[in-house]
Design a protein around this ligand. Structure first.
Ligand SMILES: O=C(O)CCC(=O)C(=O)O
Ligand SMILES: [Fe+2]
Length: 323
């Protein structure tokens, strides 16, 4: 495998969403919108500062993760899904440091309570409340960013509203156990996300997450710079909706220390019944339609099979098979 240099000097753009006046139509909104578009065009991702998820709430999320991953393996295995990676995944031979669990429709009270009930039949109110509070706030950021990026490419407001209503959110709690050896070990292999937008935060300013530059020559360390930092990553569905105007960022998690890294991700993904295709505004002579309409779940399942399942070539292969 080609080894790529990690360049400490390279940094992702940092975009501030902490302003209370960040509303569509304002000068400030337009300025941030421009930054979002440039960052996604250049890196496929960026660091967002967003303090509606308070330091206390973050702490509660990672304490909840610690409680969850501390449960006996048989309990965690109660979280199953017919879709790979959405249920509990524990210490696979290929990614021995990683453990993760997905909470589907994690902004819905009933669903979160049902999830909690499976792990704690006697109840765990604070777990459900923490999850719901986290997804409520992060969804707000996710909606803002998606609205901004679509607007910045001139997509009609009605389409944007419809698009935002047609997605759901998956929350994933993740744990990467620390390693004793000094050598680098992979926490999660390089991949692109298959949803619309991913927003992740981690428990501390420790090394781990890295993003590949557009030219594919370097890895940029994506360590959070502040307590209010989130990493925002464009997924393959955003690439499809914008007809190739932004590339999904290739990223990976490396573990280099003894500390345990916890992360929490908010993944916006299309509803099962919706067909995915770029709106007409995104298609012209310079940008002919790249992908024919397709359904999300079948594409997702396709990318879970075989090798290279989580990259742009898998999306291209899948869509060419539909022709
Ligand atoms: O743990 C992280 O920070 C990133 C995880 C990730 O890339 C993913 O779940 O797709
Ligand atoms: Fe990812």
């Amino acid at each position: 495998m080609m080894s790529l240099e990690t360049k400490p000097a390279l940094q992702l753009p940092v975009i501030d969403f902490t302003s209370r006046d960040l509303k569509p139509g304002t000068v400030e909104w337009e300025s941030v919108r421009g930054d979002v578009r440039r960052a996604l065009e250049e890196y496929g991702c960026f660091e967002a500062l967003f303090d509606k998820v308070t330091v206390e709430l973050r702490k509660a999320v990672f304490e909840a993760s610690e409680d969850l991953f501390g449960l006996p393996i048989e309990t965690k295995q109660r979280i199953v899904s017919d879709v790979k990676y959405r249920g509990y995944v524990g210490q696979n031979p290929t990614t021995p440091l990683y453990e993760g669990v997905g909470i589907d429709v994690a902004d819905n009270e009933e669903q979160v309570k049902a999830f909690t009930q499976k792990l704690w039949p006697q109840g765990n109110m604070s777990f459900s409340e923490t999850v719901l509070s986290f997804t409520k706030h992060v969804s707000e950021l996710d909606f803002k960013i998606r609205r901004m990026v679509m607007e910045s490419f001139g997509i009609d407001e009605n389409y944007v509203d419809k698009h935002l209503k047609s997605t759901k959110c998956l929350m994933r709690m993740m744990k990467y156990r620390g390693v004793d050896e000094t050598e680098e070990e992979l926490g999660m292999e390089a991949h692109t996300d298959r949803n619309v937008l991913t927003i992740v935060c981690q428990n501390d300013v420790i090394d781990g997450l890295e993003v590949k530059t557009k030219d594919g020559r370097h890895w940029i360390k994506a360590n959070p710079s502040q307590d209010s930092s989130f990493l925002v990553i464009g997924g393959s569905i955003l690439h499809v909706l914008l007809n190739g105007r932004v590339q999904p960022a290739v990223h990976r998690v490396v573990r280099m220390g003894t500390e345990t890294r916890y992360s929490a991700g908010h993944f916006s993904m299309p509803n099962t019944e919706e067909l995915i295709y770029a709106p007409d505004e995104m298609v012209d002579a310079a940008f002919p339609r790249l992908f024919n309409p397709f359904g999300f779940e079948a594409y997702y399942k396709f990318t879970c099979e075989g090798s290279g399942r989580r990259d742009l070539s898998a999306l291209k292969t899948y869509c060419s098979l539909l022709k």
